[in-house]
Design a protein around this ligand. Structure first.
Ligand code: ABU
Length: 617
């Protein structure tokens, strides 16, 4: 019999478990051998009875927060298997022993408490297996219960963001969590334990004090959308198999063109797997527009083409150049001002220099919301230069695109309407569950012309519907995940104004944070001016460092401060914030607001926490 990491249980926990088990059974419990496994989310009680050489085992999963719907309880004795071979034999001979009745549901004062036995049931006993509706329901409700407990903890500011372990510890296996795969099936009970433990050792990215990434938060409606999407389990390449989702995509793309300021009849787009791939699309289409022969003849047909991005632009632009055979040497980095914005005069200078060298400029990638500083490039000035030199203008608004929904702040992206293509990730500022990223192209037809391969088995022109909705041949993929439904559902739930309110609040929090730091003499802002976006970059100076004069020696020490504070923060699981060096600036923290659960009190907490962890460094 597999040991799931049972622990000796505390008296209180055992009593708690017994309370939810049938009273008649709990009377007998004293005569039996008992084992309890307690995880933060469940209490597993395993009882073994040895009679005439047979071992009977009863396993109960007692959920502390039971789901509120009728599920069955079944306690079915079964002979335990000692080895994987026994287990397989037993499985073959018994079929599933789970039998359900509507009786014996134990009701607490407020909610219904459910126990069920899944230790002897397997995935093959679930639907579509015959007579398995009840078991399937029971299993899935248990999963939902595990997820609900996790969601509740996520929003509980007192719960740890993570229970940090090193990779080798996860590889070796932790108490109750064994990541190795076996040749034999595990019970549904074990799968539930695995689900619980997977979440236990993960990171709660929706926790109010998770500030580590641009994408954070846990939107419950978005989550519901993701569940539905997984249930539908279809593919976006044709209307034929994703009729509702492909039409939803068209509707959302239209909304995004309108928000950017494009006419729907002209524009085109697709949802892609992340901002980097969306940027890849922008550059791919830019090159195709200028050199359609690339599709058949490849790079040998082209001159030495070059593109431009600011030194604060996203690294995916270089990645795209490498993938597309352009080469990273042919990505020219344009200097930024002290706020991290591309300097238009530098762009112009770089374009002229490239031409003098015999290179052929074809594209400029401007950034609306840089990853570290949250800077917005001056889009009108860049558009003017692109027009003068006939260059494709791509705007990477993966991070900043959401700001277009705020009437107070949309002006920071003024000029985006002049772009030829735009990357916009609703999974960042808009808080849509990962992943959800769009590439939007101002000229209709280019995406398809560039990527179309006309696979006869998918894109038959003689289908009984408007095949314009078979969007799959516009993409560089074949199979495409449905990323649209969660965004559509969230938009329904919030309305455009709901997104706006959420985003305005992030901006207010960023200003609040900035103002506090400005008053504190042990913190120093990387930029003195008010934040333009939700990024606020800063250093923390422990008292010891304040005594060292500004210069190389102090920088060497300062470089170590943010990593040390972060490591301790992660170890204790109290908060998460990212840090990085940038150019000549040694490691500094990047605070960022995109988490709807964050309140002012969490911002205050973070400052206190950095001081607590850093004061003696
Ligand atoms: N550019 C991808 C996201 C980076 C971040 O979350 O910090």
């Amino acid at each position: 019999m597999r040991n799931h990491g049972f622990v000796k249980v505390q008296r209180e926990a055992f009593k708690e478990a017994l309370q939810v088990i049938k009273p008649s059974l709990s009377k007998q419990v004293g005569d039996l051998q008992k084992k309890l496994m307690v995880t933060p989310d469940t209490v597993h009680l395993k009882i073994e009875e040895r009679t005439n050489g047979n071992i009977f085992s009863y396993t109960f999963i007692v959920m502390p927060e039971p789901y509120n719907c009728p599920v069955k309880e079944e306690i079915t004795p079964f002979q335990t298997a000692e080895t994987p071979k026994d287990k397989e034999e037993m499985r073959k001979s018994s079929g599933h022993t789970f039998q359900s009745t509507e009786k014996n549901v134990i009701k607490g004062a407020q909610t219904e408490t459910v126990t069920t036995n899944l230790s002897n049931a397997y995935a093959s006993d679930l639907l579509p297996s015959k007579d398995s509706k009840d078991l399937t329901k029971c299993f899935l409700l248990q999963v939902v219960n595990i997820l609900l407990n996790y969601i509740k903890k996520t929003f509980d500011v007192k719960s740890k963001i993570l229970d940090f372990h090193h990779p080798h510890q996860l590889l070796e296996g932790l108490d109750g969590l064994d990541l190795e795969l076996s040749d034999h099936p595990e019970s549904l009970e074990q799968l539930l334990v695995d689900c619980t433990d997977t979440l236990k050792y993960g990171v709660k990215t929706g926790h109010p004090r998770f500030f580590n990434q641009l994408s954070s938060g846990l939107d419950v409606v978005g989550l519901a959308g993701e569940w539905l999407t997984a249930t539908a389990n279809t593919n976006m390449f044709t209307y034929e198999i994703a009729p509702v989702f492909t039409v939803m995509e068209t509707i959302l793309l239209k909304k995004m063109y309108e928000i950017i300021g494009w006419r729907e009849t002209e524009a085109d787009g697709i949802f892609a797997p992340g901002g980097s791939i969306s940027n890849l699309y922008g550059i791919l289409v830019a090159r195709y527009k200028q050199y359609p022969e690339i599709k058949r003849q490849g790079m040998t047909a082209l001159p030495c083409i070059v593109l431009f991005v600011s030194e604060q632009g996203h690294y995916s632009v270089k990645k795209a150049a490498a993938i597309l055979g352009i080469g990273t040497d042919n990505v020219i980095e344009v200097k930024c001002d002290e706020r991290g914005k591309m300097i238009p005069a530098e762009l112009e200078k770089n374009i002229l220099q490239a031409k003098t060298k015999g290179q052929t400029p074809f594209c400029v990638t401007a950034t609306a919301g840089t990853t570290v500083f949250g800077a917005f490039d001056p889009l009108h000035a860049i558009a003017d230069i692109c027009e003068t030199h006939r260059l494709w203008m791509h705007v990477d608004a993966a991070w900043g695109g959401g700001l277009l929904l705020s009437r107070n702040h949309a002006h920071k992206l003024s000029g985006i309407e002049r772009a030829n293509s735009v990357t916009w990730n609703p999974h960042k500022l808009m808080g849509v569950p990962l992943q959800c990223s769009a590439i939007l192209i101002r000229e209709k037809g280019l995406l398809e012309a560039c990527n179309q391969m006309r696979a006869g088995y998918l894109f038959q022109p003689d289908k009984p519907y408007n095949v314009d909705f078979d969007t799959g041949d516009k993409t560089i993929q074949c199979g495409r995940h449905v990323d649209i439904f969660k965004l559509w559902l969230m938009w329904k739930a919030k309305g455009t104004r709901g997104f706006e309110a959420q985003i305005n609040r992030y901006m207010e929090l960023a200003t609040y944070f900035y103002k506090i730091l400005k008053k504190k003499d042990n913190f120093k802002l990387v930029f003195d001016a008010e934040p333009e976006f939700t990024n606020v970059c800063f250093w923390y100076f422990p008292p010891r460092l304040k005594r060292i004069p500004k210069g190389f020696e102090r920088d060497q020490e300062l470089q170590k401060i943010a990593p040390k504070i972060k490591a301790q923060m992660v170890e204790e699981g109290t908060a998460m914030i990212s840090f990085q060096p940038c150019g000549d600036k040694v490691n500094f923290f990047r605070m960022v607001f995109s988490n709807p659960a964050t309140r002012q009190a969490d911002v205050d907490y973070l400052i206190d926490e950095i001081e607590r962890l850093g004061k003696d460094l």
